[in-house]
Design a protein. Sequence first.
Length: 465
Amino acid sequence: MRLITFDWFKRLRKSIKSTQEKVAASEKLSKDELEFLPAALEVVQTPPSPVGRLTAWLLIALFSIAVVWSCVGHVDEVAIAQGKVIPSGYTKTIQAFDTGVVKAIHVKDGSKVQPGDVLIEMDTTFTTADFTRLLKEQAYYQLEIKRLIAEQTGQPFVPDPDSAFNPQDLLFQLQYYRSRMAEYQAKAATAQQAVNQAQAAIETAQAAKQKLTLQLEIAIDKESKMEKLTEVGAVGQFQYLDYKEKRNNIQQDLVSQTSDIAKANYALLQSIESLNNIVSERENDIMSKLVESRHQLQAVEEELRKAEEKDRRSTVTSPIAGTVQQLAVHTVGGVVTPAQALMLVVPEDAQMEIEAWVANKDIGFVYGGQNAEIKVETFNFQKYGTLDATLVEISSDAVDDKDKGLVYRALFRTNLNYFSLANDRTVYLSPGMAVIAEIKTRKKRIIEYFMDPFIKYRSEGLRER
């Protein structure tokens, strides 16, 4: 079977070759004539279509042009930074200073305000009560300090009756002053009396000692003379012994009197020390109470300043001229908490700027003065275009963003702050619009976009295992 099939193809090949030679020798067949030839001869005799070759050469030409263009052509390499539109002076967030109850609301969304205009009033009932209480405490401690200074200096305590002191506090401090002065004077008088008594006892003992000293001298002289008379037999022995006994008695009395003087001196020292202790304890007591009162006064005055500031901030005013937006409080009698955002005030006629965040991988190629294109999310850039901008500021340190990681803040200033829409409608940029900033870092050859991945993989592939 295989042999028969092979012979048949061999004969067919010879027949086709013979026919081709005859046709080649003859004139060129027309298209109609070709249609009457066998299928195999029709395929062979039909000239090839030029479309295939033309397509191939066209593809080769296009590829060559693309390669040349990628080598000589340049495009902008950009760093992408997402951000938003902000006013030049930043939108001011108005916050509550402390917990409070809203008394009145003077603005609404869109209201125009000037610096110092009242925005919201808080109920001052509690702050006024605290302020009044602190004023009373301040006056009390001031009065107490005046009383202690009077005690310390020994001056009379005579407060001004027309002062702002509470009459009850004034009466209490005056009575307390008199009581303490009377107590001190009584203790001091008792101690001074003991000193005086000790001094009198010393003087009496010294006078007695002086008298005994003179008596002792006389007794010694008499004893000496009586001894001489006894030796010559002028007087008896008993008389001599009597004079000698008197001299001994006087001498013992003198020793006893000297001891009494020493005891009196010791008693005087104790009395003086007791008096000094009374004075010292009083001075220490006054000083400690004075220090404590001044400390309490300082603490009250600090609380008073806070209360004054709290009372002042109970009236919320606008720090700048601008427009109220995002008013968060609408109910009179509502409660606000500390640091709660009440509203935003957008600066009036503020130039809009772009705040964007540059990724850490791009920061090495970003610097001030670079050009950028701003795509505003709400306006399709393919239809409405982009805004030209200039990078005017870049932060010197990164900020840790929980989603993007370490990023750098960049500030852009646009040439225009509006978009022109259909029907001659103009829409200006407003704070909060989301944008994408494309920072033009450098010119780059097109072929580099295709070669960089290969270079990277080749470099890393030769080192990685």
